[in-house]
Design a protein around this ligand. Structure first.
Ligand code: G1P
Length: 293
């Protein structure tokens, strides 16, 4: 079984749903409590044992690269002021030297195209793909759960995190068809990107976490545009599923679609309430706001 060592983070999106907040700042840097979205997702990948972090960025995204580097002036000031706890947080969050790579998606041609832009960095090995719009809150992160499943599924397996949603929203996501169970996963029989409600094979949507075999990159080289006029990763997966098995995993934990305002605000509440240092005061303040204090 080839280990999953590399993870790809597509971070080139424009973040139009969060304007004007994202006019000069990448949406991936919006904080959920006191950590940028992208840091939460990188934390999930690190917990799963990922050793190399590949960011597909775009113009105006260079602060993401700065975020994953040391900040000597800040470190010096913190150390002169004896701020040990803050220094430890910065050191703990930083991937090691040589563990990050950055490449650019020059034009917004879709998620599949973004992944293809990372092909030279991925090379010929299976890899994880994590969409930073989605946060999954659970002690054992979603990707770690997926790798546990992957390790039981055989060498050419592709694994996708899925979750149940109301039929009313399936048209906003990739949707999978459900086949035979295998361990705690199941065989995927079909995949459709952004189907009409009546055409959706189930109410199980693709959550934004994938383990993919490198053959997907060859397919993406010639992948035509699909839903929304973009080169879709789902369409390339449909092609790969003719040759390799795809499995769905209903992960444990609560997901937040931080690409939407409600999802982002809910994530801030949920992650705030999960923090011992702020939860008591935060809970009291929420009750106050709701008129229940
Ligand atoms: C992407 C994928 C879709 C998936 C979704 C999860 O869509 O194409 O299959 O369900 O992420 O958030 P997007 O949100 O980029 O439109």
């Amino acid at each position: 079984m080839k280990p999953i060592r590399k993870a790809v983070f597509p971070v080139a999106g424009l973040g139009t749903r969060f304007l004007p907040a994202t006019k000069a700042m990448p949406k991936e840097m919006l904080p959920v409590v006191d950590r940028p979205l992208i840091q939460h997702v990188v934390d999930e990948a690190r917990q799963a044992g990922i050793e190399h972090f590949i960011f597909v960025t775009g113009r105006n995204k260079s602060v993401i690269e700065d975020h994953f580097d040391r900040q000597f002036e800040l470190e010096l000031t913190l150390s002169e002021r004896g701020k040990r706890a803050e220094l430890e947080v910065l050191a703990r969050d930083l991937p090691g030297p040589g563990q990050t790579s950055f490449t650019r998606q020059q034009s917004p041609l879709g998620l599949g195209h973004a992944v293809w832009c990372a092909r030279e960095l991925i090379g010929n090995e299976p890899f994880a793909l994590l969409l930073p719009d989605v946060l999954v809150q659970h002690k054992r992160g979603c990707l770690a759960q997926m790798i546990d499943a992957y390790n039981t599924l055989g060498d050419s397996a592709n694994v996708i995190a899925v979750e149940e949603v109301s039929r009313d929203v399936v048209h906003m996501y990739g949707v999978v068809g459900v086949g035979k169970p295998k361990g705690n996963a199941f065989a995927i029989t079909e995949m459709v990107e952004k189907p009409k409600r009546a055409e959706a094979p189930s109410n199980l949507i693709i959550t934004g976490r994938y383990i993919l075999q490198p053959e997907i990159l060859d397919i993406l080289t010639t992948q035509a545009t699909g839903a929304g006029g973009e080169i879709q990763i789902t369409d390339a997966m449909i092609a790969l599923a003719k040759k390799q098995p795809f499995y769905g995993l209903k992960f444990e934990g609560r997901s937040f679609d931080c690409g939407s305002k409600i999802g982002f605000l809910s994530a801030n509440v949920a992650y705030g309430l999960a923090r011992d240092d702020i939860a008591p005061a935060f809970r009291a303040e929420i009750k106050n706001l709701l008129g229940e204090g």
